[in-house]
Design a protein around this ligand. Structure first.
Ligand code: FAD
Length: 681
């Protein structure tokens, strides 16, 4: 399948990377003559950071952006109304990043060129129209270089061509121009001393009059190695009203300080000098805040839309780029798993359209803005105690409404099985059989799998199915025809809301039996399960994947373990007592879990460790032994583990000690890490 993507913005580039990961060929075209790091800051919410991390870009984002730790709201006099944690501090397993939009685009562009080839992005090339022709779509490309228009044929066309999408215009010819909010935005970024926590996103003022948003998007050690300054992004929002925007929305339009500055005279707080920040800014951009009314449908046949082309929204909810990134994963997966391209695009639209349309509408009346507006109306001259202005339950209701509209549920995002981004790399995409119902995912595996009981073969299959009954790892379901053991009904059944009624079976081989160790879902609503048997992992003596034994549970094809030697400074404190200090950790990155810092024993105060009988087993690392820690102020059971003889692929952590990040104070390079939420919290 060959997909043509119009537009190499965040949506187009991420879509190309996701398609590539799904084994689908993509070509991008962009009307710009050169892709440059334009724009100013944007925020990537944890749900988008997760997608990019699963595309292998986590480290680059971490290096380029600032992990936002809180969002704080102030009245026009700089007094705090409320604040709340963000990203990892809110419990997400992924950070929220404040990042320069152009730098993010360059990270994506470099990854596209690296993975898809130098010619994957064709610049100076504009999509001007398309015609569907039975089994393909003919796309008209106009070249700026030679002023020629040439048709090219693709299997699918994705319009990721932004607010003024040509693809959208052809699909929806009667649409009015973008809808104007009445608000003018001036934006910029300038170096400055870090403010508040150093990673805070601050929102000040009121939407009905004047509002200012500021957040750091990059550390700036370059000017002075030790100054600790930051590049601070700011957005000045002024309600000027009127029926039409006075200027055409263009992300690159230059703005004038003299027009914006007067609105912010006197906005000098003890934590931020707003006029000073604006005045220090070399290049100011001006953008009238517009969006478009949500569409009842995006595309048809082999053509669809993504990113701003599909759902332009006000750039205030930190969600435009983030939602574009989610589009990419859903679109790639839908195309990779559907019977036809048109089915794939229809499935993509069915999953995304309503959800993202709701965000577009919610952004027009952000609950956080309502907090600001209420306070500004009730206490225009400021307040001493915020409780005198806003009742705690009023605030709680608005905060919950905000979280519901803008953020994904923390537990749901963290619990989603890792790797949903990328369909299996093994086997042909067309042959892949995957179904989801509720929280259960079913997918054909590619490995030969064997199970043994008392040395006798129970099953031997080259067609295993992986079923994610729980989010963390899959279970094997094996074709009935490949089960060698006798399966004897016990007369018992067990009900699962998603898989239906299971018949419980004994597994019998010569000389041994495992009581109730098999389940068969004959009439499962998941039709793929009906001719499969689930054999209890723990009831068997041995499982082999190909010819290698596997322990604990099947290996998840979407899990990856990387172990990297590092010179980061890692310090572990428990009850305020330093328990380990090392500048030579090995960091173990395992999909879906926080990074783990494995430390050499000489760097750990082993005199505080008490051996425990606890062991745990991991199919990727092997068997770990545990130690408790006695700090003198308390005993903390099973806080440290060591793999003395790990599996071959995890040799690098052999004999190193690791602490639960979730339960200790972990400092990396002097910075206290937020305690992550994980299944081990
Ligand atoms: C130059 C620029 C600066 C921006 N700056 C900011 C910012 O500072 N802060 C912020 O929050 N958001 C900014 N945005 C918007 C933000 O990036 C998007 O809201 C979001 O990332 C969604 O991205 P997108 O890829 O869907 O759309 P866009 O980022 O708008 O990208 C669309 C791409 O399509 C190309 N294109 C347009 N028409 C055609 C066509 N007919 N054929 C081929 N290519 C075409 C454009 O050149 C562009 O590269 C900016 C967008 C742009 C283009």
């Amino acid at each position: 399948m060959r997909v043509l993507i119009a537009g190499a913005g965040i949506a187009g580039l991420t879509t190309a990377l996701s398609l590539h990961a799904a084994g689908i060929e993509a070509q991008l075209v962009d009307s710009a003559s050169e892709l440059k790091p334009l724009g100013v800051g944007i925020n990537l919410l944890p749900h988008a950071v997760r997608e990019l991390t699963e595309l292998g870009l986590g480290a680059q984002l971490a290096a380029a952006g600032i992990a936002t730790s809180e969002q704080a709201h102030f009245d026009r006099h700089g007094s705090l109304i409320w604040s709340e944690p963000r990203g990892r501090s809110l419990g997400y397993a992924w950070p929220q990043y404040s990042i320069h939009r152009g730098e993010l685009q360059m990270i994506l562009l470099a990854a596209v060129r690296d993975r898809l080839g130098e010619r994957a992005v064709k610049t100076s090339t504009t999509v001007t129209g398309f015609t569907e022709r039975g089994g393909s779509v003919e796309v008209m490309l106009s070249s700026r270089r030679n002023a020629r228009v040439v048709p090219v044929t693709a299997d699918v066309l994705i319009g990721a061509d932004g607010l003024y999408s040509a693809v959208r215009a052809q699909l929806h010819p009667d649409e009015p121009p973008p809808r104007w909010s009445g608000v003018m935005l001036w934006r910029g970024a300038a170096e400055g001393a870090p403010f508040l926590s150093g990673s805070s996103l601050a929102i000040v003022g009121s939407t009905t009059t004047v509002k200012f948003v500021a957040y750091p998007i990059a550390a700036r050690p370059s000017a002075d190695q030790h100054s600790g300054r930051a590049l601070i992004n700011w957005v000045a929002e002024v309600m000027i009203g009127g029926a039409e925007p006075p200027i055409r929305p263009d992300w690159n339009r230059e703005g004038r300080l003299a027009e914006a500055l007067p609105y912010f005279q006197g906005w000098t707080f003890d934590w931020l000098d707003v006029p000073g920040l604006m005045t220090r800014t070399r290049e100011i951009l001006q953008y009238p805040m517009v969006d478009r009314d949500p569409l009842p449908g995006w595309g048809r046949g082999r053509v669809t839309l993504a990113g701003d082309a599909a759902h332009p929204m006000y750039p205030i909810g930190s969600n435009g780029g983030s939602q574009a990134i989610i589009d990419a994963r859903v679109l790639a997966r839908a195309l990779a798993t559907a019977a036809t391209p048109a089915d794939g695009l229809a499935a993509y639209e069915a999953e995304r359209l309503t959800a993202v349309n709701q965000i577009v509408l919610a952004n027009r009346n952000m609950p956080v803005d309502q907090v600001l507006d209420l306070v500004s109306a009730r206490a225009p001259d400021g307040f001493d105690r915020v409780e005198d202005v806003l009742a705690p339950d009023e605030l709680a209701a608005l905060r919950d409404a905000y979280r519901a509209t803008s953020l994904q549920d923390v537990a749901a995002l963290n619990a989603r099985p890792p790797g949903m981004h990328v369909p299996p790399a093994t086997g042909s995409v067309a042959a892949m059989d995957e179904k989801s119902r509720g929280s259960v995912r079913v997918e054909q595996g590619a490995k030969r799998v064997r199970a043994y009981l008392a040395g006798r073969l129970v099953a031997d299959t080259k067609r295993p199915f992986l079923v994610w009954e729980i989010p963390y790892y899959p279970a094997y379901y094996l074709p009935l025809a490949d089960v060698a053991a006798a399966l004897e009904p016990t007369g018992k059944t067990e009900h699962s809301p998603s898989r239906g009624e299971a018949e419980i079976l004994d597994v019998r081989v010569e000389g041994a039996a495992a009581a109730g160790a098999a389940k068969r879902y004959r009439d499962s609503p998941l039709t793929a399960l009906r001719d499969l048997v689930r054999i209890d992992w723990g009831a068997m003596d041995e499982w082999l994947e190909e010819d290698e034994p596997v322990y604990t549970h099947p290996r998840d094809p979407y899990k990856r373990v990387d172990i990297l030697a590092s010179s980061r400074h890692v310090r572990v404190e428990i009850d305020g007592v330093a328990v380990a200090d090392s500048v030579r950790p090995h960091i173990l990155y395992e999909t879906g879990l926080p990074p783990r810092y494995y430390l050499p024993l000489p760097d750990v105060r082993t005199e505080l460790l008490i051996p425990s009988d606890t062991t745990s087993h991991c199919p990727y690392k092997g068997t770990a032994g545990y130690w408790s820690v006695d700090t003198g102020r308390g005993v903390h059971p099973d806080l440290v583990w060591i793999y003395r003889t790990p599996l071959p692929e995890s040799q690098k952590v052999a004999g190193l000690a690791c602490f639960y990040n979730e339960k200790v104070d972990l400092y990396v390079d002097g910075e206290l890490q937020p305690r992550p939420r994980s299944p081990f919290s």
